[in-house]
Design a protein. Sequence first.
Length: 161
Amino acid sequence: MNGRRCPSRFRLRRWANELREDPELTLADLADREGYRADALARWLPSVDYVHAEVTRQRQVDRLQPGIRVLEAGGQVSEAADASDMHAANFCRALRRHYGVTPTQIRHAWLTKRVSCLLRLGLEARTIARILDWSPQTVRRIATRDGWRFNGIRWVQAEAA
């Protein structure tokens, strides 16, 4: 199969569409099925606007989405990794590589947003702690970290300096 010529653009487009649509199909599998070498297909496919690295990267991003939703809902990293069908360490690494944030940063943003929303409603830290099933100390820590302060009567957003 070494000296075979480049297939028609029609066949290349069809193969590129197959690779985009079927996440289980690899470049090596397609090459074996069609009787070409994988490196040859990788060389020819860009002529029909198919770059395998971009498709692989997009598949990875799509795979991370369920895990991100779990983190945004307040779930643990291990639960998020399971939702993405990945090992926890690989999930963290992939998240950092593709989005530039860690799972902790996503969870922190969720916690801050949730506590701030409840404080804006005028609720006390004790009440928020009961609603979220956390300790009042955790609620106070998150609130102060997000720029809230207790003035003796209620929580107020600290003034920007």
